[in-house]
Structures are given as structure tokens and as C-alpha cells.
Design a protein. Structure first.
Length: 175
């Protein structure tokens, strides 16, 4: 079964300014990935087609990269994750700039259980935090989505009981 998962925000800033956020991924000056509250995105080299890396237990390879416009990550792991996720920038019907994350996955094997029960809720929370981080980087008041009880529980379990129940907005200076 194919699962399509999309998260997006619209901005009044020009496409070049919003697209530049993509180019900072996995760098010391990352303005998109919320590394203060999620495992950092890391690669074996600078952003380029063929670079291998990921975040936490998620592994992928950069399959497509158009600086300032789009980056696509092909899943390499966990086992059973067949698909990709990508960030891209475009223009909405209203003429505003759109930053979007699209994930397309066809889970197989044990991933048919782990994707919907564990990884999808975590992915949803992470992408909402990333888009809020983008808003902050662009000088826009962030739309902060609170983590669900399931995400708070999963983060607590994964951390061995060390994670606080809700760290969500701390890095934004809003809590």
C-alpha cells in the first residue's frame, strides 16, 4: 500500500530566499532541520547526488538535487522502507512561495507495522518542526504544531526515559 505524506507552508518571501534554506541542510548553518530537538541530518559529504546519510535510524541517498529548488532522498533503511522524501520550493496559485516536504513510501515486511505506528507520527512531527524552523529562519512567526501524545511517548521511549514530555517549541524561544 502506497502512503503519500505532504507537509507545506506558504511564504511571502521570494522563491530564491525560501529555496536557499534547502541548501543549508546538514550544514553547520542549517536553517531548515530542527537539530536542537531532533537527530541531525548528516551526510558523508556536501549535498550532492549520491551523498549517503540520514538522521537517527533513517538512512537515505540523495537521488536528485537542484540547488535552491529541490532535494530528493531515496530511502536505504530501515528495511522495508521503499520510497523517498523530498523538499521542494514552488509558487502557489495565489503567487506565494511554497516550501513542501513530500514523502512517498510503500512499506513492506515489518515496516508495514513500524511505519504507521512509529515512524509516520515521528515524521509528521519532525516535518512540522522543520517548517516552523524555516519560518523562524525567514523572520516569520512560526506555526507551531504541538506533538501528539504518541510522539511524546515515542520520544520518551527512544531516549530511554530521558526526553522531556514536550520539547516542541523550546528552540523557537516560544516556551
Amino acid at each position: 500500500m502506497l502512503d503519500l505524506n505532504v507537509h507545506e507552508r506558504e511564504y511571502d518571501q521570494p522563491i530564491e530566499q525560501v529555496g536557499a534554506l534547502i541548501d543549508t541542510l546538514a550544514s553547520r548553518r542549517d536553517q531548515l532541520w530542527p537539530t536542537d530537538i531532533w537527530p541531525p541530518m548528516e551526510f558523508d559529504r556536501e549535498l550532492a547526488i549520491g551523498a549517503v546519510g540520514g538522521h537517527g535510524p533513517i538512512r537515505y541517498e540523495i537521488q536528485a538535487y537542484e540547488p535552491g529548488r529541490r532535494i530528493r532522498f531515496q530511502f536505504l533503511g530501515p528495511s522495508g522502507f521503499d520510497g523517498f522524501h523530498e523538499f521542494d520550493v514552488g509558487v502557489s496559485f495565489s503567487g506565494r512561495t511554497v516550501l513542501q516536504n513530500t514523502l512517498e513510501i510503500r512499506p513492506r515486511g515489518v515496516a508495514r507495522l513500524t511505519w504507521p505506528l512509529i515512524f509516520r507520527p515521528m515524521h509528521d512531527a519532525l516535518m512540522e518542526d522543520a517548517l516552523a524552523r524555516a519560518q523562524v529562519s525567514l523572520g516569520v512567526d512560526p506555526d507551531i504544531q504541538e506533538w501528539s501524545p504518541r510522539v511524546r511517548l515515542l520520544r520518551w521511549v527512544v531516549s530511554g526515559g530521558k526526553a522531556r514530555p514536550q520539547e516542541g517549541a523550546r528552540w523557537l524561544g516560544t516556551s
